[in-house]
Design a protein around this ligand. Structure first.
Ligand code: ADP
Length: 397
């Protein structure tokens, strides 16, 4: 069975075609800078290694990127399928939809639920809504499946999800933690328990978005992400935890709600504190060159991560394994090292040499460390492919 997985960004698309249940990737593509005359398109046939790279191509909308990929996927030259009809379903890492969770067929009702929650996931939901609509126009007969980022967190007990707000707001509006990064943590949970029974795991997904997740017996037990994606530890350019009274205060100072929201969603996080960049590589370089605000941003980021790990350690009643994943978690020995050095009292013993050398995957704790520390390369697409396949098998669609 062939399942196509698409990861949607606000100006990018990533594709992977899987043969399931073998979990074999047949071809993949990356489309960047959608909406510009200067787009980037890269395709690879993973069966024979053939590639096509277009460094500057007009990409008016998602339709252009989708069409280019489908032509390559089914083309005589670099293709792996003879017809697009061989694709059983397209799976998406959808974010949040009012009234829906888990892995679902993307019906009109589910899409409406995504529109209803545009307010809490403005960047993510708007990108998915328009990409899915455009996929549907090109592939009207292929089922579109959404694997919601909130689904892994459906096991979080209510006492860990609820805010101390009037209870009727929870009943009426569902105001409680949703949690996100579900596809990543579901994958981390499976991979981290491959070589042992680790009942208490804390996962740190650190990338453009960042969150910490307490995993108890393989299930999500708590998460730093809240109702919206503007919560928890600082993100690349979105704020993390903030006092809710900052919003009415800023309105009272004369700012408009639009300006405040723009600050929370686009000018906060690591960019907001450092004033340098939303990319940690550039912030690290600036800090090394003596930029104090860049160093301050890194320190705030590390403290926020340590704070959540401490809280979740207490909630879990101890810790067996700490996991780093995502672009920063996989590549920044600096951040991993700064976090782990502050956790030695919890039994985290870092192998500094292993930490410096590890990129992607591997253990970075010393062999005798009571708490194991593992770097796991994120593979959200495989998590989505597994869920999409399971859904198709169970529903017979
Ligand atoms: P997204 O959440 O958008 O998928 P990624 O998981 O790819 O993003 O993570 C992007 C982040 O990873 C960026 O902040 C980038 O600076 C950081 N990153 C990537 N490589 C390195 C590196 N070698 N050192 C430090 N940070 C890195």
């Amino acid at each position: 069975m062939y399942v196509l997985i698409s990861n949607v960004g606000s100006t990018s698309l990533k594709f992977k075609l899987y043969r399931m249940p073998q979990e074999e990737v047949l071809c993949e593509a990356r489309v960047e800078r959608i909406g510009s005359q200067d787009g980037i398109y890269r395709y690879k046939n993973d069966m024979n290694g053939q590639e096509r790279s277009l460094p500057s191509v007009p990409l008016g909308s998602y339709v252009d990127g989708i069409s280019m990929f489908l032509e390559d996927m089914c083309g005589a030259e670099r293709g792996v399928l003879t017809s697009v009809n061989e694709v059983e379903a397209v799976g998406f890492k959808t974010v949040v939809s009012k009234g829906f969770n888990g892995t679902v067929l993307l019906t009109d009702e589910v899409m409406q639920g995504m529109r209803d929650y545009l307010f809490i996931a403005p960047v993510h939901n708007s990108a998915y809504i328009s990409a899915i609509d455009q996929f549907r126009s090109i592939l009207p007969d292929t089922p579109m499946i959404g694997v919601f980022e909130t689904s892994f967190h459906s096991t979080v007990p209510l006492e860990n999800r609820l805010y101390s707000l009037p209870y009727e707001w929870y009943e009426k509006y569902g105001l409680a933690k949703n949690g996100y990064h579900g596809a990543s943590f579901a994958y981390v949970s499976q991979e981290a328990r491959r070589d042992g029974d680790f009942p208490r795991i804390i996962g740190c997904h650190l990338g453009g978005s960042c969150s910490i997740c307490a995993i108890k017996d393989g299930k999500s037990y708590d998460t730093s992400f809240g109702f919206s994606l503007q919560t928890g530890v600082p993100h690349a350019n979105r704020c993390g935890d903030t006092d809710p009274y900052t919003v009415p205060f800023l309105l009272d100072q004369g700012m408009s709600l639009k300006e405040v929201m723009e600050g929370l969603e686009k000018r906060g996080g690591m960019l907001g504190i450092s004033g340098v960049s939303n990319d940690l590589r550039e912030i690290q370089e600036a800090a090394e060159a003596g930029n104090e605000r860049a160093q301050l941003a890194i320190n705030v980021f590390v403290t926020a991560i340590v704070r959540y790990i401490g809280a979740f350690y207490a909630e879990l009643g101890g810790l067996d394994k700490l996991v780093f994943t995502g672009g920063i978690g996989e590549n920044s020995a600096t951040v991993r090292g700064m976090v782990c050095e502050r956790l030695s009292h919890m039994g985290v013993e870092l192998d500094r040499e292993a930490n410096m050398r590890t990129r992607g995957s591997g253990y970075i704790s010393s062999p005798d460390s009571p708490v194991k520390v593992q770097v796991i390369a994120a593979n959200e697409e495989l998590g989505i492919a597994r869920e999409t396949y399971r859904h198709l098998k169970e529903t017979g669609k």
